[in-house]
Design a protein around this ligand. Sequence first.
Ligand code: HPA
Ligand code: ZN
Length: 351
Amino acid sequence: GTHDPFIQAIPKVELHVHIEGLITPELRWKFSQRNGMTLTHPRTGSVFRTLEELQESTEDGMKPAHGGRQDNAEETLSFFESYYGGFEVLKTKQDYYDLAMYYFERAARMNVRYAEVFFDPQGHTRTGVGWEVMMGGFGEAQREAEKRLHVKSAWIMCFLRDLPPESAMQHYLAALPYRGMIVGIGLDSNEVDRPPVLFEEVFARARADGFRITAHCDVGKSYPLEHIHQTATAIGGTGADRIDHGLNAASSPETVEMIREKGIGMTVCPWSYIRHQPLDEVFKRIRTLFDAGIKMAIASDDPAFMEDTWISENLRVVRKYCKFTDEEMVKLARDAVEMSWAPEGVKKEIL
Ligand code: HPA
Ligand code: ZN
């Protein structure tokens, strides 16, 4: 996007980005080539023979909300089909290292000083990848980024809510040897009929073990407000530390007040919403939550699926459409620092 010196200069904290949401068709192609893999369409089984064929079929985020593509609609993959397709090409520790460095290099250029990055371990173990490959590659990149790029980070392990709670618990236990890298536990993937309390056992265990807690609520669509209520008040015993998305809260003054009163921060990723919802509605809701005094961190979610929009583009778009003043932009940046789960010393360095 176009360069904006004011936004560039803000020292940034990124609290909502999926490492797997960075996998563009180009990266997928590169990894598949070097791993000697053939990529196929998950429903038709047809082979993608070229990068162009892969690009053609990949959901690019913006198309469905704006009339959809008219040609070969049944060949076009949904967001989740495209997203999980990206996992298939990650095989080696080098792949995990390269993917994480791709994030950290980009983050450094955007003046991101600290990031809490989501990863979905269940999506990796089901393609046969071992924990040491995944966490080993992530960990090496994390250390390299801190040393060479001055970007500090921690990982948030998300459970796929469309899989059984037992799988979440198995993965939680398997991750414990890597707990030094992991600051929190999250919940993502397809929200339909999957309320957060289904995963209470693992959330409660995680809280008891000292992890922070967050959960995705109503990404793009309006799922029941009940999911936001459970996240804010119930999971982990007394409710999560943060809510990811949850813009639908703005439709209920009582919910807004409850979130504010509990001091729960929300991560807000505008480019994720404007692929599903009308622009003015999205920014009105963000304004409502901000004006109510809820802390929020503007973030990027899945840049590869949203026309290559990263934290800076998300900051730019809220500034423009919410008409945030420079002071309000600074408040947003400080909220992100305060909402983060970084050590106090790291927060002080950034503020
Ligand atoms: N929605 C839900 N889960 C996700 C997403 C999303 O957009 N991206 C990565 N995990
Ligand atoms: Zn997300």
